[in-house]
Write a protein that binds this ligand. Structure first.
Ligand SMILES: Cc1cc2nc3c(=O)[nH]c(=O)nc-3n(C[C@H](O)[C@H](O)[C@H](O)COP(=O)(O)OP(=O)(O)OC[C@H]3O[C@@H](n4cnc5c(N)ncnc54)[C@H](O)[C@@H]3O)c2cc1C
Length: 311
């Protein structure tokens, strides 16, 4: 069976690999490829940030955690590393349902919590270095026989193949006329300084993170809904740096070397379902917001299983 995957971000490439592993012929068609996708801009740490629907997203997240942990241990060239991080909260909340399922999870002692916060937890999670991971995903798919074609799809019924997997992210706003998909603009800063562990406040209104990679630490963030601006804004840098300094007072601003902007494909919940278009199966897999990397392998597994059921 010939499957066409539309979109070459982390969702499309992960699905392509799972479909190739199942034995299907796969072509990826996309208007942009790495390093020009939103996925290339992701910071990126495994963390279920604003994920929905809750009943499915927890499973997708945990399956992805296991696969990324395996890559960290067995495939160093994939650019995934297990790192410790601390999440700080301004109120006491229930512990996350996935806490018991991941490594080194514990609640913080009061002397470990910065001023302005009252609660928090430490956790060990994969940090995915996207400048390494995206080319690795693409070359893995290529080695397995995947073909790639540059093109903009305007109508899913015109895509060749026996079955289509739709991973266009924000592109679904036009391609599927799905106005529920909106950009959540994210600006980040790169600094050549290592905080040791990651510091996080992942509430949407106060979103702050420091994610150490092997070469730089990624500082964020913003999540500006409905904002399409891809220009790097000085006022957002100031906002980010102020928030980061509250969690990491040792930040040295002289070590900043740049930054970038990306538009997360935000949606009230991920759309992962089958639709019949002109009698052919289309599996939609888009709208992952701020957690597309976190959910990538779990969603790809479900896509592959829906494809097998439809075959
Ligand atoms: C600053 C920032 C930080 C982030 N940090 C994290 C993080 O720490 N952890 C995490 O899990 N996630 C993070 N994210 C979110 C993550 O980047 C996204 O959820 C993820 O990249 C979505 O992947 P995707 O493959 O679905 O979409 P995309 O990467 O947007 O890929 C969509 C693909 O479809 C193609 N396409 C679109 N329309 C068409 C069309 N009509 N025809 C053909 N091709 C088309 C595009 O060219 C692209 O190749 C972050 C995002 C940003 C911006």
């Amino acid at each position: 069976m010939r499957c066409t995957v539309v979109g070459a971000g982390v969702s499309g490439l992960s699905c392509a690999i799972r479909l190739l592993e199942t034995g299907y012929q796969v072509e990826v068609v996309s208007d942009k490829f790495s390093p020009d996708t939103v996925s290339d801009v992701a910071a990126a740490i495994w963390y279920p940030f604003l994920t929905a629907p809750a009943d499915r997203a927890d499973g997708w997240g945990l399956e992805t955690y296991a696969e990324l942990q395996r890559l960290a241990n067995e495939v160093p060239e994939a650019g995934v590393k297990m790192r410790d991080g601390r999440e700080y909260l301004r109120q006491v909340v229930e512990l996350p349902s996935w806490g018991e399922e991941i490594a080194a999870f514990r609640t913080l002692e009061s002397n470990e919590i910065p001023e302005g916060y009252v609660f928090g937890w430490e956790f060990r999670a994969p940090v995915i270095e996207m400048p390494l991971y995206m080319p690795w995903l693409k070359s893995k798919a290529e080695r397995m026989g995947c073909t790639f074609r540059q093109g903009t799809i305007r109508d899913l019924s015109e895509v060749p193949g026996d079955l289509v997997v739709n991973c266009v992210g924000l592109g679904a706003r036009e391609l599927c006329d799905d106005k529920e998909v909106v950009p959540a603009r994210g600006q980040v800063i790169f600094v050549e300084q290592d905080p040791g562990i990651g510091h996080f406040d992942q509430q949407p209104e106060t979103l702050t993170y420091t994610i150490p990679r092997s070469d730089v630490t990624v500082l964020g963030g913003t999540a500006q809904l409905g904002d399409w601006d891809l220009e790097h804004r000085a006022e957002d840098d100031e906002l980010i740096l102020g928030k980061v300094e509250a969690l990491w007072p040792d930040l040295d601003r002289s070590k900043i070397i740049g930054g970038t902007v990306g538009l997360r494909p935000s949606r009230s919940e991920v759309r992962l379902e089958v639709e019949l278009i002109d009698g052919r199966v289309v599996v939609h897999n888009y709208g992952h917001g701020g957690a597309g990397v976190t959910l990538s392998w779990g969603c790809a597994d479900e896509v592959a299983s829906l494809v097998s059921q439809s075959a």
